[in-house]
Write a protein that binds this ligand. Structure first.
Ligand SMILES: Cc1cc2nc3c(=O)[nH]c(=O)nc-3n(C[C@H](O)[C@H](O)[C@H](O)COP(=O)(O)OP(=O)(O)OC[C@H]3O[C@@H](n4cnc5c(N)ncnc54)[C@H](O)[C@@H]3O)c2cc1C
Length: 381
């Protein structure tokens, strides 16, 4: 497998590095996290720069990039601010990719040019209070009223960014006879529709954008809002998972590297017992392990991006990627906090933010236990 980047990709990475430092400096990140305010200005700058159109075909106003380009964008954004990367990822996966892969021609013509211009952002509503890991047990229903209309009733939980999104890809039960994966459909719903109530959830990390619970009370939609076939919603979620796993892993590895760089610098400059703490093997071995985890995570997600480009991505490869990169991110932030000593525990220093944000990575979008189940199943167990 060839892991060399093209010259264009190297230039894109270098451009993103300086662009992101400029639009998303450290003090801005700290303020967004402390005040619980989304990085509106930085997101707008990315929209204005055309980055939301990266994977959208040129005929719909995008730049027609591939999965490697997407991974570079998310890795570089994650290095600056994971919440900014999450906002990008949601729009590019649950908006752009879902519509590119499963939307009708009319939906493509309506949504894709607007996404490419950065005019619309998207959320994803799958999880419900009684269906988390067992996501296909969802109950929120879209009931057909006549030939054209549907009425939605129920509750979703953990719909991240719903309050700042224009549309949400909502996964709903359209048949009561077919339970689990069958009888599920996906609707692209305007978040401002009558009958939708959004409540913010207070969380340990990801405090800038965070997540919400959403109540649907007699929300009226039409069959034009359905993405793909009625009853084919589970397959759509599954196909989008490739992009979700790729984006999350790239963004979190970027964040892990930023956290590692801080810890490395601290280990070189913080002196105790008349020498830098990094001169102690207990500290330097932690940093060596962190470096190995970052290298392996990068190899895994660029390998996965290559598989997506070749149409060869598989469910168990996605699970290996999600499990390794998220567990590594969590471990790296734990090591960084230990290296920072008492200062790592202080809100004044950024390590605590990485530590809090990383804790979600082994829970959200499929827990580590569920990833291990998928990998074990692929081994015939
Ligand atoms: C901040 C945040 C943001 C999120 N964003 C979104 C979003 O935008 N959209 C969305 O739809 N969802 C989102 N989620 C939901 C997330 O994907 C779920 O929380 C996750 O899938 C786990 O579901 P649960 O919380 O209900 O835990 P549960 O499924 O109740 O699991 C609880 C524990 O039991 C374990 N467990 C469950 N089943 C098994 C099993 N079969 N084998 C072994 N262990 C098992 C789990 O691994 C876990 O440790 C978000 C969650 C959070 C916290």
């Amino acid at each position: 497998m060839d892991f060399t980047f093209t010259q264009e990709q190297e230039e894109m990475r270098a451009h993103l590095d300086s662009f992101l430092k400029n639009i998303c400096p450290d003090e801005y990140v700290e303020k967004c996290d402390n005040d619980g305010v989304p990085p509106y200005e930085a997101y707008k700058a990315l929209c204005d720069g055309g980055w939301l159109g990266l994977i959208i075909p040129e005929e719909y106003g995008g730049t027609g990039g591939d999965a490697i380009d997407l991974a570079i964008l998310l890795e570089e954004t994650g290095k600056r601010f994971e919440e900014l990367a999450m906002w990008l990822f949601r729009t590019m996966t649950w908006g752009a990719f879902a519509i590119m892969a499963h939307g009708s021609e009319d939906q493509k013509k309506f949504f894709l040019p607007k996404i490419a211009k950065g005019e619309l952002s998207f959320a994803f509503g799958l999880t419900e209070p009684s269906s988390g890991s067992d996501a296909a047990a969802l109950k929120t229903k879209a009931e057909a009223i006549g030939n054209d209309k549907y009425l939605i009733n129920g509750q979703k939980v953990f719909t991240s960014g719903m309050d700042i999104s224009d549309y949400c890809l909502v996964v709903l039960r359209t048949s009561q006879e077919d339970m689990k994966q069958k009888g599920i459909s996906t609707f692209m719903i305007d978040t401002k529709k009558k009958g939708i109530e959004i409540k913010k959830i207070d969380t340990l990390g990801h405090r800038s954008i965070g997540t919400t619970q959403v109540f649907y009370n007699d929300v009226e939609v039409t069959k034009d809002d359905i993405i793909g076939e009625i009853g084919g919603g589970w397959k759509i979620c599954d196909s989008c998972l490739w992009y979700e796993r790729l984006c999350l892993s790239a963004a979190r590895t970027g964040a892990a590297e930023a956290c590692f760089n801080l810890a490395l610098e601290y280990a070189k400059t913080r002196e105790q017992f008349d020498k830098p703490i990094g001169k102690n093997q207990a500290i330097s071995h932690k940093l060596a392990d962190m470096k190995v985890m970052i290298e392996l995570s990068r190899l895994l997600f660029y390998k996965f991006a290559t598989s997506i480009n070749a149409n060869e991505a598989s469910r168990h490869e996605a699970a290996i990627l999600k499990l390794y990169t998220s567990e590594s991110y969590k471990t790296i932030t734990e090591h960084a906090m230990q290296i920072y000593g008492g200062y790592g525990f202080c809100m004044e220093y950024p390590i605590q933010r990485f530590f809090r944000d990383a804790r979600l990575s082994v829970i959200g979008a499929g827990t580590s236990e569920i990833q291990r189940n998928i990998i074990a199943k692929s081994l015939g167990l």
